[in-house]
Design a protein around this ligand. Structure first.
Ligand SMILES: O=C(O)CCC(=O)C(=O)O
Ligand SMILES: [Fe+2]
Length: 206
């Protein structure tokens, strides 16, 4: 949806208007979250926005059919999201799980609540102040399940933009945990690696 929004007639008619409206509202919410997160790090409220964390936004609508033998398969394999933040809306079916304190915990649907996931790039630029969440979706006998993910990512148009821990968040006591990369290098690695359950940050660790 950003930086190059689709033409309305490129979107399926049944969800065209609502998707454009949703995109504009979720963008506002994401910017607000990024401002609050900046402040919580002791940074200027605009810092994460100025770094381009809301420049590129894509929306994926997921449809998980009901599954007669859910124990034999998986909805979405374990992964961390690759961007800065993801705002996720799930319906009331359930199935999302997050890895917390060494175990998989259900993220039960709460009507009208949204989930905000920290992604790998926010972990990288905050030098581990925010940690990306490992999550997955299990298959379900009931369904279908629908979810909508709004991904705030690095702007791929700026291929050579450098991604590295924010200077204000590193010091001699708390040195940089990651080497610098570029949006292109990181994206290529993320796509090559696939959703194999390991973090795309491991190869950048110092
Ligand atoms: O369907 C969901 O609830 C989560 C999907 C997801 O993790 C993703 O698209 O990155
Ligand atoms: Fe995800």
């Amino acid at each position: 949806m950003a930086p190059n929004p689709p033409q309305p007639d490129e979107l399926p008619p049944p969800c065209r208007d609502i998707l454009l409206e949703y995109s504009s509202q979720v963008t506002k919410l994401g910017c607000c979250m990024l401002e609050i997160m900046s402040e919580s790090l002791g940074l200027d409220a605009n810092k994460l926005l100025d770094m381009g964390c809301a420049e590129s936004i894509s929306i994926a609508c997921h449809y998980y059919p009901s599954c007669p033998q859910p124990e034999l398969t998986i909805g979405t394999t374990e992964h961390t999201d690759g961007g800065f933040i993801t705002i996720l809306q799930q319906d009331l079916i359930g199935g999302l799980k997050v890895f917390y304190e060494n175990q998989w915990i259900d993220v039960p649907p709460i009507p009208e609540a949204l989930i905000v996931n920290v992604g790998d790039l926010l972990q990288l630029i905050t030098n581990d102040k925010f940690i990306s969440s490992r999550h997955k979706v299990v298959a379900n006998k009931v369904g279908p399940r629908v979810s909508i993910g709004s991904f705030f990512r690095a702007n791929l148009m700026e291929t050579s933009k450098v991604l590295e821990p924010i200077k204000e968040l590193i010091s001699t006591d708390n040195p940089s945990k990651y080497r610098s990369t570029t949006t292109k290098e990181h994206r290529d690695y993320f796509l090559r690696k696939g959703l194999d359950g390991t973090s795309a940050l491991l190869h950048l660790k110092i």
